[in-house]
Design a protein around this ligand. Structure first.
Ligand code: NAP
Length: 258
C-alpha cells in the first residue's frame, strides 16, 4: 500500500511545473511527472525529486491529445495506486506573437487544445478516479489545481488566443470547484504573474524594462519556486475551506495603486 500522497504535475519537466514538483516533493509527495517531449529536462527534474527522498514516475504525454490521457492517469493510479493532487500546469504560448487581426486558426487551435481542451478532459478523467479512490477510502483528501495566468484578465492583443485560453481555464476551475465542492474535492486556480522561465525568455528585455518602471509592485520577476510554494500550501490542506478561490502569485500585479 502506497502510504505517501501522490501528486501529478503536467508539464513538470521545466519552468513552473518543475518548481511545483520540487515543492511538492519537499513536502512529502511522490510525483508523477508528465512532460511532452523534453526527456532530458524531465530526467533532471526527476533526479532532484529523488534527491529529496521521494519517488518520481516520468510519463511522456501530450495533454492536448485525449488519447494520451489514460497513460498519465494510469501512471498514478496503477503505478502508485493513488492520486491525491492533480496540478494542471502544462501550457504553451503561441509559437509566434501575432496581432489579433493577423493570427491564424491553426495557432488558435493549438493553444486552445493544449491550454483549455486538454485540461478539461484530463481533469474529468482524474476527478472520476479521485471520487472512486475517496469512496474506497484510499485517498481521504483529493485536490485539484489549475495554473492559469494574469492573462485570464489582462488583454494582450498580440497573443489573444493565449488570453482566451486562460480566461476559459479560470471558468473551468470555477466549474470543477462547483461540481466537486459537495464531494469533498477542493479545486483552486493559481494565477502566476510574470515568471522567469523558458516561456518568458524571449521577452525578457521587454519585461525587465516594465518591471523596472513599476509594473510589478514587489519589483521583481516571479520564480517557479514562488508558484511552487503556493501549490504546496494547497497540497498540505491549508486552504481546504476555500474551494474555488483564485491565488495570484504576481508580486501585487493586480493591485490598483494611486
Ligand atoms: P515553459 O517553461 O515553456 O514549460 C512548459 C512545460 O509544459 C514544459 O514542461 C513542457 O514539456 C510542458 N508542455 C508543453 N506543452 C505540453 C503538452 N502539450 N503536454 C504536456 N506537457 C506540455 O512554461 P512555464 O512558463 O513554466 O509555464 C507553465 C504554465 O504556467 C503554463 O500553463 C503557462 O501558461 C503558465 N504561466 C506562465 C507564466 C510565465 O510568466 N512563465 C505566467 C503565467 C502563467 P517539455 O519540457 O517536454 O517541452
Amino acid at each position: 500500500m502506497q502510504e505517501s500522497p501522490v501528486a501529478v504535475v503536467t508539464g513538470g519537466s521545466r519552468g513552473i511545473g518543475r518548481g511545483i514538483a520540487l515543492a511538492l516533493a519537499s513536502c512529502g509527495h511522490d510525483i508523477v511527472l508528465n512532460y511532452a517531449r523534453n526527456e532530458e529536462a524531465a530526467r533532471a527534474t526527476a533526479a532532484q525529486i529523488t534527491e529529496r527522498g521521494r519517488v518520481c514516475r516520468m510519463v511522456r504525454g501530450d495533454v492536448s491529445r485525449i488519447e494520451d490521457h489514460p497513460g498519465i492517469l494510469e501512471a498514478a493510479s496503477r503505478g502508485f495506486g493513488r492520486v491525491d493532487l492533480l496540478v494542471n500546469n502544462a501550457g504553451i504560448a503561441p509559437r509566434v506573437r501575432l496581432d489579433l487581426l493577423e493570427t491564424s486558426p491553426e495557432s488558435y487551435d493549438e493553444v486552445m487544445s493544449t491550454n483549455l481542451r486538454g485540461p478539461m478532459f484530463l481533469t474529468q478523467a482524474f476527478a472520476r478516479r479521485m471520487l472512486e479512490l475517496k469512496k474506497g477510502g484510499t485517498v481521504p483528501h483529493p485536490r485539484i489545481v489549475f495554473i492559469s495566468s494574469i492573462s485570464a484578465y489582462v488583454a494582450s492583443p498580440s497573443r489573444g488566443e493565449y488570453c482566451i485560453s486562460k480566461a476559459g481555464l479560470a471558468m473551468l476551475a470555477q466549474l470543477f470547484a462547483a461540481r466537486l465542492a459537495g464531494e469533498g474535492i477542493p479545486v483552486f486556480e493559481v494565477r502566476p504573474g510574470i515568471i522567469a522561465t523558458d516561456m518568458t525568455a524571449k521577452v525578457k528585455g521587454k519585461y525587465d524594462t516594465l518591471i523596472a518602471e513599476g509594473l510589478v509592485p514587489q519589483g521583481r520577476w516571479g520564480t517557479p519556486e514562488d508558484v511552487g510554494r503556493a501549490v504546496a500550501a494547497i497540497a498540505r490542506g491549508d486552504l481546504d475551506f476555500s474551494t474555488g478561490q483564485v491565488i495570484e502569485v504576481g508580486g501585487g500585479f493586480s493591485m490598483r495603486v494611486l
